[in-house]
Design a protein around this ligand. Structure first.
Ligand SMILES: Nc1ncnc2c1ncn2[C@@H]1O[C@H](COP(=O)(O)OP(=O)(O)OP(=O)(O)O)[C@@H](O)[C@H]1O
Length: 597
């Protein structure tokens, strides 16, 4: 899957003969390596089947980015995104055809769906005792069969763990009880996160093929196509099984080597079990990569652990350059060496990404290792979010930054009714502002921040912006606005400057992202930074690669490497160079070592 913003894509080249097999009505599983054109081929199937069938065809994916890309590719057939067809996320499908009709018919209200409980206002999203503290996010709790929520410390972030461990056993019991009470109140008001909505869909579908919802689905759809099927967790597999039982034909598309969601109980076993049941003649395997050069395909083949066959470049890909680069070093030096190679090979900075397993590692490399001061001032919250919005190559992180900025703006009003504070919908309603207006305001703030040249400029600029843009709303701004939006501390200002401008210490910032965030995307050039250290109790990704272990961290590296079209660079600490070279020599990957200075 490739996102529109990331490449200029030719749209008129035909499918290859192998890709054409995806269109065969009897095909049920398309298994392919990276860049094999899965997305192209399944969009073609969606169009073809919709043309053939008198009923609907659905194309489901797991992320909005993937869905938007498929919609763009259907721009020449607008009827495909309308009834009777469906093109949307996996969850949206079950909301629309099962959960919403069920709730409306049984309770007479429209349900509200949240991707996660983290999207609730803070006072609901975090469960804390009266003495305050950071609390525990509601999304961290698990549910027992008796509907009570419980916590295990392995689910917690470091800060939450510290908070949790300082609590007395009574306070811990209270927190778990309170989480259960909040959870029940939310469900009673028909507010659902992803997993609670799925549970309802599951319960409804389990009523059997005579249930009116099931009948409606089977009458409505001939075929449901599921993209990125290797990412299906157990609950998604169960939902698809129930759908199959209702008589809807399911066609899935997968690259088992790209299964990188073990943390949400996705295991390769579920995929292997599914594949086993499909007769070989209903499986189409695509092994040619239309994205990357031969050198990159060599590296990707070496990283591959489920698929056994080599990833072969298509004849059309230009062999340029003929090797991958191993850059030895850390931090900003790595990025500078990578940028020099980009210049040498004519790659522009905006088609280049720094990728790593952890976002923080990629960010450190991209903006010179400087971290935000970690304070709690409102000015800091504005500045760090603006930095993310400007520099992050991860659309999810940028969206989260926009949301934080919107929240910070709304927090600057005096809210007469304390109960509505934190509820974005009610706040916007009572201000008479639309969500789009608020978003446009964030865009304008980002533009105006480009004029800040000093800490004084920044403090003044921020205050003036808020007063001019929001001073005449239905509610007044807080009287302490000037104190709250104070000028940034020198540490915060240094962070801002280093992150947003090219400067002698850190050079031109590069766009960064964690590898999970760029699944499906492609870039001319990628610097893939190997972890500098090993997490206690775990192996280093190079240990897995060298011992041929099919681990999640190795598959994540495979996804990262396969995003590169022309230039792939592996950033490694000096301590790991020997091991890396041994692997590359063993697998006959052509490479050149460069020492970052
Ligand atoms: N038949 C083809 N001829 C030329 N280019 C192609 C062909 N099929 C796909 N491509 C190009 O190859 C690249 C990868 O295609 P696509 O994004 O559909 O692959 P994918 O299998 O979904 O990749 P991944 O799973 O790695 O994200 C895109 O740039 C696409 O335009």
């Amino acid at each position: 899957m490739t996102t529109q913003s990331q490449i200029a894509r030719p749209s008129s080249f035909p499918l290859t003969e192998k890709q054409m097999a995806v269109l065969e009505p009897g095909t049920r599983l398309i298994e392919a390596g990276p860049g094999a054109g899965k997305t192209r081929a399944i969009v073609a199937r969606f169009k073809e089947q919709a043309h053939r069938s008198s009923r609907g065809i659905a194309l489901l994916s797991f992320t909005n980015a993937a869905v938007n890309e498929a919609k763009l590719r259907c721009a020449d057939s607008p009827h495909l995104v309308e009834a009777p067809h469906f093109l949307g996320t996996f969850d949206h499908f079950f909301h629309r055809y099962i959960v919403t009709p069920y709730i409306v018919s049984n309770h007479g209200v429209m349900p509200t769906y949240l991707a996660s409980w983290d999207d609730l206002p803070d006072h609901l999203a975090r469960i804390r005792t009266q003495s305050g503290g950071i609390g525990i996010r509601l999304s961290r709790f698990r549910r027992r069969a008796n509907k009570q929520l419980y916590i295990e410390s392995s689910y917690l972030s470091h800060a939450e763990k510290q908070y949790w461990e300082r609590l007395t056993p009574q306070a811990q019991a209270w927190i778990q009880g309170e989480a259960s009470r909040v959870h029940i109140r939310l469900l009673d008001r028909h507010i659902y996160d992803t997993s609670s909505a799925r549970q309802i869909a599951f319960d409804v579908l389990q009523q059997g093929s005579t249930s009116k919802y099931m009948l409606r689905l089977s009458r409505r759809f001939t075929e449901v196509i599921v993209d990125e099927f290797q990412d299906c967790d157990e609950s998604e597999h169960r939902l698809l099984e129930l759908l199959t039982a209702s008589g809807v034909s399911i066609v899935v598309v997968a690259d088992p080597d790209q299964a990188i969601y073990e943390f949400r109980q996705v295991s390769n076993n579920a995929y292997a079990r599914y594949r086993e049941k499909i007769p070989q003649e209903e499986i189409v395997e695509l092994d040619v990569c239309h994205r990357s050069t031969q050198a990159i395909c060599g590296m990707v083949t070496s990283l591959r652990s489920v698929g056994r066959s080599p990833v072969v470049p298509s004849a059309e890909t230009t062999n340029y350059p003929t090797k991958t680069f191993v850059i030895v070093g850390s931090g900003n030096k790595l990025k500078e060496a990578a940028q020099q190679l980009n210049t040498q090979y004519g790659v522009k900075n905006d088609s280049f990404r720094v990728l790593s397993h952890a976002t923080s590692d990629a960010r450190k490399i991209s903006i010179g290792g400087i971290e935000p001061p970690n304070g709690s001032s409102i000015t800091e919250s504005f500045l760090t979010s603006l930095v993310t919005l400007r520099n992050s190559g991860n659309p999810k992180m940028r969206l989260a930054a926009v949301r934080r900025l919107e929240r910070s703006i709304l927090d600057l009003f005096q809210w007469p009714d304390a109960t509505s504070h934190g509820n974005r919908v009610l706040e916007l309603e009572s201000l008479g502002l639309g969500p789009t207006q608020l978003r446009i305001l964030v865009g304008r703030l980002q533009e105006s921040s480009k004029a800040w040249k000093s800490p004084d400029d920044c403090g003044k600029g921020l205050r003036n912006f808020i007063k001019i843009e929001l001073g005449n709303q239905r509610h007044s701004l807080i009287p302490t606005l000037s104190n709250k939006l104070s000028k940034p501390t020198s540490k915060l200002w240094t962070y801002w400057e280093e992150s947003t401008t090219s400067n002698p210490n850190s050079g031109v910032p590069a766009l960064w992202a964690n590898i999970h965030a760029v699944k499906g995307a492609e870039f001319d050039s990628v610097l893939l930074a190997l972890p500098q250290r090993t997490v206690a109790g775990r192996s280093h990704v190079l240990d897995d690669w060298s011992a041929n272990i099919n681990s999640e961290q190795r598959r994540v590296l495979y996804v990262g490497a396969s995003r590169a079209k022309r230039l792939l660079m592996l950033g490694t600490p000096k301590t790991r160079l020997r091991q890396l070279i041994q692997i590359l020599e063993r697998d006959q990957v052509s490479y050149e070592v460069i020492h970052a200075k």
